[in-house]
Write a protein that binds this ligand. Structure first.
Ligand SMILES: Cc1ncc(C[n+]2csc(CCOP(=O)(O)OP(=O)(O)O)c2C)c(N)n1
Ligand SMILES: [Mg+2]
Length: 787
C-alpha cells in the first residue's frame, strides 16, 4: 500500500472507531436504563446527546493525536464515551460496561478512585476538571525542573475536553489568571461547543467574549466551525451567501432546525435566500437527508479537520490553546439539536431503528467489529498501534513513585518555658526542615508548599526564605537586589519549592489536587503542603472536596482558626471547619493544642499522606500563643485522636474534654473542678475526626464478628463511669464533639461557637461565646445535675 493509501485506510478505520464509540455510548446508557432489572423506581439516566456531541473529538484525540504521556480531563457527561474508549483499547471490561451506573460498574462520570488509574482526572462537578489541567501542567513542569519524576517521561500535554457550559464556572477564570501568571504551557482545552447546556441554548454573544478572554490570558484560540462539506459548499457559487446565513443564524434556531431535519432547513433557507439562483443551484440538487448532512457538518464532527487542526497546533508551539469545536448535541441521534435533549434517552423504538441503521445484530451489541465495515483482526491491529496505546512504562500509564523517608522525629523547637502558637511552631519546624540537613535532606527535597497570598501570615516565610519560590523562569528579588531591608527573600527560580498563588482559594486546592496525584501521573512523590486561613477553606471547598474525591494526597494547614484570632472579626473566624474535617472522606483532620502534639502530627501527616491506606491530611492551627508544657506524650494516642492529660480515677463521674486553642481555659476550669471532684479527668482531643472514624470502624468490625475490636475513643471513655458527664469545648462548632455521648451513652454538655464571630479580645470573645473558664464551670455544674 502506498503512503497515501495507508493514510486513507487509517482515516477509514478512524471513522469506524467513531461509529463504534457512538453506538457503544448510546447502547451502554440504553442497556442500563432498559435492560437491567430496575429495583428502586429511580431513573438510571445517562446523557446520550452529550456523548454523541463529543464522539468525533474523542476519536480524533484518543486514536490519532494523544500520546501515552498526555493527561486528559473528560467532560463529565461524556463518561460513557470515555469508558468505551478504554473498552476498545482493552483497558475496560465488558462486564463493567454492562453495569454502567450500577454498583461495581463504570461510573456515571469518570472517577479515578472507582474506575481506576486510566482516568487521569475525575470529573463531575463541572469546571473543576477543566481547570485542573492547567495546574497539572504546572506540576508536571515542577517535577521535571526538580528532576523528581520518572526520568524517561517525555513532556506531556494536559488536555480538557470541556462542555461549553463549563466555561460559565468562575473557577475557570480564576485558573486562567493563575495559569497566565505562571506561564503554563502544553495545555489544551477543547470545547465541545454544542451551544447547549442542561436547560437551554447558550446565548450567541457569549463565545465572542470568551474568545477574547482567552487571548488576553495569552492563549491561542482556534475555532473549528465548519466541516469539510460545508467548506466545499462555501467555495462554490452561492457559498458566501450560505456562510453568511449560517453565521447569522441564532443558536436556538440552528438547534431547532437541526432537530427538525432536511425539509425544515430547506424551508428556512428558501424563505431567506430563495431568490438567489446560486444558492438554489447549491441546495436544490440535494435530498432532504443530504441537505441536513451538509447543514450539520460542523467542525467538531469532522474528523479530518479535527485531526489536521490538532496536529497543526501540536507542531506549532506549546502555547496553551483553546479549541472551540462547533458541534451538535445529539449528533447522529433522533433528538439531535433539541433543547431538551440533555438528559433525554432514546426510546426503545428509536434505539431499534438506530441499531438497524448501524447493522448491529441483537446479542452482538458489545462485539468489537459488529456493524463495522472492517474485520475484527484489522481493527484490533489498528487499535493496538494507535500512539496512545503505546506502553508509557512497563507499568503502563498508571505510574508510581518510591516513598520518601520521614525521620522518626521532626526537629522540635525549644519548648521549655516558651509561649508559642501552633502556627508559629509549624513555621519553625518547616523552616528547620528547610535547612535540609542530614536525615532531612530527602524529605526537604520532596516538599512543595503553596499558599494563596497568605504565605507570610501562615508562617511559611522561614521555609520560603530557605527553599525559594518556584518559577519556570528565573526572576530576581528586586528588593534584595536594591539592598532594601525585608524579612522575605523571594527570588524566583526553577528550583524554588514554594508556589505563590493569587488569593483565589479554589486554585490552591486544584494545585494541591494536581500535586497530590504526582506519583500516579508523573512518577514523582511530592509532599504538597498548602496553607490558608481556616475560614477560607470554605471559599475553596468545592475544589477541596474534588481533590479528596480523587484521592489526591496533600497536607492542608489551615491557620489561624476560630474566634481565637479575635480582633480580625467574624468574616475571618471559622466555625464549621472542624465539622468539614470530620465529614469529608479521604481527608484526615487534626487540631493540636500544643506544639509537642503538632510535632507528632506533622511527622505522621507526612507518612500518612504517602501510605496506600492513608489520605490527605488537614491540620487546624491557631495563632494563639500558649505556654508550652514539657511532658512525655503517647504519640499513638495523639495520632489516634486523644489522650488523657489527667487520667480520671476509676469510676469517675466527670471529664472535661477540650480540642485546640481553648486548652488553657479547660485546664483552668479543670483545676477548679478537681477541688470539688478529685476523680475527674481532663481529656485532650487532637482529632474528633480520627476518634469518630475509629469508632465507626470498630463498630463495623464487631458487626463482622471481630468481637475484640475496640476503638481508641472507647478505650479513652471507658476510664469513666458509664453514667459520667462530659463537658466538651472547642473553638469551633459544638457538634464536633457532642457525639461523644453516643459512644457509651454518657451525658455530654457541648460548648463551642455556633454564632458568627466578631472583633474583640480573647477574654471578651471567650466570655461572649461561652468558652471561658466560667462557662466551662457552669457547664460542669449543669452536666453533673443532668447526668
Ligand atoms: C458544578 C455543577 N453544577 C451543575 C451540574 C449539573 N449539570 C450537569 S451537566 C450541566 C450542563 C452541562 O452543559 P455542557 O457543559 O455544555 O455539557 P454538554 O452540553 O456537552 O452536555 C449541568 C448544569 C454539574 N454537574 N456540576
Ligand atoms: Mg453544551
Amino acid at each position: 500500500m502506498s503512503g497515501g493509501d495507508d493514510e486513507q485506510r487509517q482515516r477509514f478505520l478512524l471513522r469506524q472507531v467513531e461509529r463504534k464509540l457512538l453506538w457503544l455510548a448510546a447502547w451502554m446508557i440504553h442497556h442500563a436504563n432498559h435492560l437491567r432489572p430496575q429495583r428502586d423506581g429511580l431513573k438510571v439516566g445517562g446523557h446520550q446527546a452529550s456523548c454523541a456531541s463529543v464522539v468525533s473529538i474523542v476519536t480524533a484525540l484518543y486514536f490519532a493525536i494523544l500520546r501515552p504521556h498526555d493527561r486528559v480531563a473528560v467532560k463529565p457527561h461524556a463518561g460513557p464515551v470515555f469508558h468505551a474508549v478504554n473498552y476498545l483499547l482493552g483497558r475496560e471490561r465488558r462486564e463493567r460496561l454492562e453495569r454502567y451506573r450500577a454498583l461495581g460498574g463504570v461510573q456515571a462520570y469518570p472517577s479515578r478512585s472507582k474506575d481506576g488509574g486510566e482516568v487521569d482526572f475525575s470529573t463531575g462537578s463541572v469546571g473543576l476538571g477543566v481547570a485542573l489541567t492547567s495546574f497539572s501542567s504546572l506540576i508536571a513542569d515542577y517535577v521535571r525542573l526538580h528532576g523528581l519524576g520518572a526520568a524517561v517521561l517525555p513532556v506531556g500535554r494536559h488536555v480538557a475536553i470541556a462542555g461549553d457550559a463549563e466555561l460559565d464556572e468562575g473557577n475557570i477564570y480564576e485558573a486562567l489568571l493563575e495559569g497566565w501568571k505562571h506561564d503554563v504551557r502544553n495545555v489544551w482545552w477543547i470545547v465541545d461547543y454544542n451551544r447547549q447546556s442542561l436547560d437551554s441554548v447558550v446565548p450567541d454573544r457569549l463565545f465572542g467574549r470568551i474568545e477574547g478572554l482567552f487571548r488576553d490570558m495569552g492563549w491561542n484560540v482556534v475555532t473549528l466551525k465548519y466541516g469539510r462539506l460545508l467548506q466545499a459548499a462555501f467555495a462554490r457559487d452561492g457559498g458566501e451567501e450560505l456562510r453568511h446565513w449560517i453565521d447569522d443564524c441564532p443558536n436556538s434556531l440552528y438547534s431547532a432546525l437541526t432537530f427538525q431535519g432536511g425539509a425544515a432547513w430547506r424551508q428556512a433557507l428558501l424563505a431567506d435566500l430563495g431568490r438567489s439562483r446560486a444558492l438554489r443551484a447549491l441546495i436544490d440538487p440535494l435530498s432532504d437527508g443530504e441537505l441536513a448532512e451538509l447543514m450539520t457538518n460542523l467542525g467538531g464532527h469532522d474528523l479530518d479537520s479535527l485531526i489536521a487542526t490538532l496536529r497543526a497546533a501540536a507542531a506549532a508551539s506549546d502555547q496553551p490553546t483553546c479549541f472551540i469545536a462547533y458541534t451538535i448535541k445529539g449528533k447522529g441521534l433522533p433528538f439531535a439539536g433539541h433543547k431538551d435533549n440533555h438528559a433525554g434517552l432514546m426510546t426503545c423504538e428509536q434505539m431499534e431503528r438506530f441499531r438497524a441503521e448501524l447493522g448491529i445484530r441483537p446479542g452482538h451489541e458489545w462485539d468489537l467489529a459488529e456493524g463495522l465495515a472492517v474485520g475484527e483482526e484489522e481493527l484490533r491491529r489498528f487499535l493496538a498501534e494507535v500512539p496512545f496505546a503505546t506502553p508509557l512504562t512497563p507499568e503502563g500509564r498508571v505510574l508510581s513513585a518510591p516513598l520518601v523517608a520521614v525521620p522518626a522525629a521532626l526537629p522540635l523547637p525549644k519548648l521549655a518555658g516558651r509561649t508559642l502558637s501552633t502556627q508559629a511552631g509549624f513555621g519553625d519546624m518547616l523552616g528547620e526542615i528547610g535547612r535540609g540537613q542530614g536525615a532531612l535532606q530527602e524529605l526537604a527535597a520532596h516538599l512543595l508548599t503553596a499558599s494563596p497570598d497568605v504565605t507570610v501570615s501562615t508562617s511559611l516565610g522561614g521555609w520560603v526564605n530557605r527553599r525559594g519560590v518556584f518559577d519556570r523562569h528565573t526572576r530576581n528579588d528586586v528588593f534584595r537586589d536594591a539592598k532594601l531591608a525585608s524579612a522575605q527573600r523571594w527570588g524566583m527560580t526553577p528550583s524554588g519549592q514554594h508556589i505563590e498563588l493569587g488569593i483565589a482559594e479554589q486554585n490552591l486546592f486544584l494545585l494541591l489536587a494536581a500535586a497530590g496525584l504526582a506519583p500516579a501521573l508523573y512518577g514523582a512523590r511530592l509532599l504538597p503542603i498548602g496553607t490558608l486561613y481556616d475560614s477560607f477553606v470554605a471559599r475553596g471547598l468545592d475544589a477541596l472536596t474534588y481533590a479528596c474525591y480523587q484521592d489526591a494526597r496533600f497536607l492542608l494547614v489551615s491557620t489561624p482558626s476560630g474566634i481565637s484570632l479575635a480582633p480580625e472579626g467574624g468574616q475571618h473566624q471559622s466555625i464549621n471547619t472542624p465539622l468539614i474535617g470530620l465529614a469529608t472522606d479521604r481527608l484526615a483532620s487534626w487540631e493540636p493544642a500544643y506544639v509537642d502534639e503538632l510535632a507528632i502530627l506533622l511527622r505522621h501527616a507526612l507518612v500518612f499522606l504517602q501510605a496506600p491506606e492513608g489520605s490527605a491530611v488537614w491540620l487546624r492551627l491557631s495563632t494563639r500563643p500558649l505556654a508550652q508544657p514539657v511532658r512525655q506524650l503517647d504519640a499513638q494516642a495523639v495520632i489516634a485522636g486523644g489522650h488523657w492529660v489527667v487520667r480520671p480515677e476509676p469510676g469517675a463521674r466527670l471529664a472535661l474534654v477540650y480540642e485546640g486553642a481553648v486548652a488553657p481555659e479547660a485546664t483552668a476550669a479543670f483545676a477548679a473542678v478537681r477541688e470539688e471532684d478529685p476523680a475527674a479527668g481532663l481529656l485532650a482531643v487532637t482529632s474528633a475526626d480520627r476518634l469518630y472514624a475509629g469508632w465507626r470502624q470498630a463498630a463495623a468490625a464487631r458487626r463482622r464478628g471481630e468481637r475484640g475490636a475496640r476503638a481508641h475513643v472507647e478505650t479513652l471513655l471507658s476510664a469513666l463511669s458509664r453514667d459520667a458527664a462530659l463537658v466538651s469545648v472547642l473553638d469551633g462548632h459544638p457538634a464536633t464533639l457532642s457525639w461523644l455521648g453516643a459512644v457509651f451513652g454518657q451525658h455530654v454538655v457541648p460548648l463551642g461557637v455556633d454564632r458568627f464571630g466578631q472583633s474583640g479580645d480573647l477574654p471578651d470573645l471567650y466570655a461572649a461565646y461561652g468558652l471561658d473558664e466560667e462557662a466551662i464551670l457552669d457547664a460542669c455544674a449543669q452536666a453533673l445535675l443532668e447526668a
